[in-house]
Ligand binder design. Structure first.
Ligand SMILES: *[C@@H]1O[C@H](CO)[C@@H](O)[C@H](O)[C@H]1NC(C)=O
Ligand SMILES: *[C@@H]1O[C@H](CO)[C@@H](O)[C@H](O)[C@H]1NC(C)=O
Ligand SMILES: *[C@@H]1O[C@H](CO)[C@@H](O)[C@H](O)[C@H]1NC(C)=O
Ligand SMILES: *[C@@H]1O[C@H](CO)[C@@H](O)[C@H](O)[C@H]1NC(C)=O
Ligand SMILES: *[C@@H]1O[C@H](CO)[C@@H](O)[C@H](O)[C@H]1NC(C)=O
Length: 424
């Protein structure tokens, strides 16, 4: 008995290894289909600078941002004509927006007269933008982190004037508002990452609505910044709370490849990106947020963030909801279905969290998906998203640039005739 059993096991092992190459070519064998869901359509190819964000207006104008904080070749050095915000055109070209002038600070984005070098302090020029978003009134908002990389990949600290929120009227292409963050709200080592808007007059004292911003700083003072768009006043909540902090020893795999973060002149380490992706529920009552270096989805009633009274921070921390793990995600977005769309990068997928039934659902899966950086819900019923190979770039181990141009912008039709929610 023992002998026969042993022989059976042994021959199974031999057969299995001999069979394997043939089995892989046999369509009868159960395998991962790698694709799922509605068709994704290519919208734009980026041949020049490395993009992260996408914003689509009600008339179909499209804008992207190109952070010098994630690619040293996006950094303006005062001689290279760069852009950190551009409008996209049909023939896969991009034009600096709202002007070439504002995208080219005199002397560049870095102030080399300080030691160490710092982000330039211009309030009327863009230093390094990490996101651009179109609000419910169809205005473009540019979020400037005030930080960029030096040629050797060092992220310079911001100077007052760099970190700011700039509003642009899309009819006149003119700047209508500039809100500069105090150094107690945007620290020198903050990284203001993504932003969402609620323009309902009653939500803030200034009567012009509110913005919510994530601070994803890898240096570690993560939190959520709230801005009264009417008064220009801003404040922070959830500073240092585990829900905005990277998980310890976090690593993810993309296309099967494990990711570690590089630091110039130091040993590589685990990824440490804090609160980054952000999305409002369709009615503006709840803010969903995630860190990149973690897999948990969190939310908080927005009323708890807008409150800045003496007890507001302890009440905010007590009001956080945890929704379980939903995969590795960068940007997030909402539609009128009240689905919270998010990348699920380790699955080459986009999923959505259904606020109504509390579960996460697979939406699209495609082997062409790599790093789904940012989403924008269009008024045309499509979900637009950038696919930018971020983690194959020089900031990740082994540090050789494995990205291949072009980077790409895609769209997919929203389910159930979903469209952009309007909050005004
Ligand atoms: C930046 O551009 C230079 C010149 O084209 C190239 O050699 C280098 O690899 C690029 N670096 C990155 C990080 O893209
Ligand atoms: C550069 O730093 C110096 C010293 O702090 C300051 O006086 C100057 O205004 C800064 N210039 C820019 C463009 O940031
Ligand atoms: C990188 O460049 C910055 C600015 O020039 C310099 O201060 C720093 O020492 C350099 N770091 C490394 C690791 O070479
Ligand atoms: C939750 O909602 C999604 C989207 O409507 C649906 O696909 C899924 O089946 C629902 N899950 C359950 C368990 O009802
Ligand atoms: C979407 O809208 C079309 C046209 O108004 C309608 O015929 C269709 O039933 C809608 N589909 C869903 C799933 O609501």
């Amino acid at each position: 008995m023992f002998g026969r059993k042993f022989l059976a096991v042994a021959s199974f092992g031999l057969l299995a290894s001999a069979d394997w190459p043939r089995a892989r070519g046999n369509s009868q064998v159960f395998r991962d289909p790698l694709t799922y869901g509605p068709e994704i359509e290519l919208v734009h190819l980026y041949y020049d600078e490395f993009p992260t964000g996408i914003a689509v207006s009600s008339t179909g104008r499209m804008f992207s941002n190109y952070p010098g904080g994630l690619d040293a070749n996006n950094t303006n050095n005062g001689r290279n004509r760069k852009y950190t915000i551009a409008e996209l055109f049909d023939d896969n070209t991009e034009r600096p927006y709202p002007s070439a002038r504002i995208n080219n600070p005199p002397g560049g984005a870095i102030n080399y007269t300080t030691y160490p070098p710092t982000g330039a302090n211009y309030q009327d020029y863009l230093i390094g933008s990490q996101s651009c978003v179109i609000d419910s009134a169809d205005r473009l908002w540019i979020l400037d982190t005030g930080r960029v990389l030096t040629p050797n990949g060092t992220l310079v600290p911001a100077s007052y004037g760099g970190p700011k929120l700039i509003g642009v009227d899309l009819e006149t292409d003119q700047i209508i508002k500039t809100i500069v963050f105090p150094t107690t709200v945007a620290f020198a080592d903050s990284y203001l990452n993504d932003v969402r808007f609620d323009l309902r007059p009653e939500v803030a004292a200034g009567g012009e609505g509110v913005a919510y911003i994530t601070d994803s700083s890898v240096e570690g003072r993560n939190g959520i910044v709230i801005v009264d768009l009417g008064t220009g006043e801003s404040w922070r909540h959830l500073d240092g709370h585990p829900s905005v902090r990277p998980e310890l020893q976090w690593s993810a795999s993309l296309w099967g490849v494990p990711l570690y973060q590089l630091r110039p002149g130091q040993p590589f380490t685990y990824g440490a990106f804090g609160s980054d992706g952000i999305a409002l529920s369709a009615n503006g009552a709840t803010l969903f947020y995630k860190v990149v270096a973690g897999r948990q989805l969190f939310s908080i009633p927005t009323a708890r963030l807008r409150d800045n009274s003496a007890t507001s921070e302890v009440r905010a921390q007590s009001a956080i909801n945890t929704h379980g793990q939903t995969g590795v995600t960068d940007g997030m977005e909402t539609d009128t279905n009240n689905f919270i769309y998010h990348g699920n990068m380790e699955q080459d997928a986009i999923s959505f969290f259904n606020v109504r039934n509390g579960t996460d659902t697979l939406f699209v899966r495609d082997p062409r998906l790599n790093w789904i950086d940012t989403f924008s819900t269009g008024a045309d019923g499509y979900l637009y998203f950038t696919n930018n190979q971020l983690v194959f770039g020089p900031g990740f181990y082994p540090g050789t640039d494995r990205r291949e141009r072009p980077f790409s912008l895609w769209r997919v039709q929203l389910p159930n005739n979903g469209t952009k929610p309007i909050l005004m």
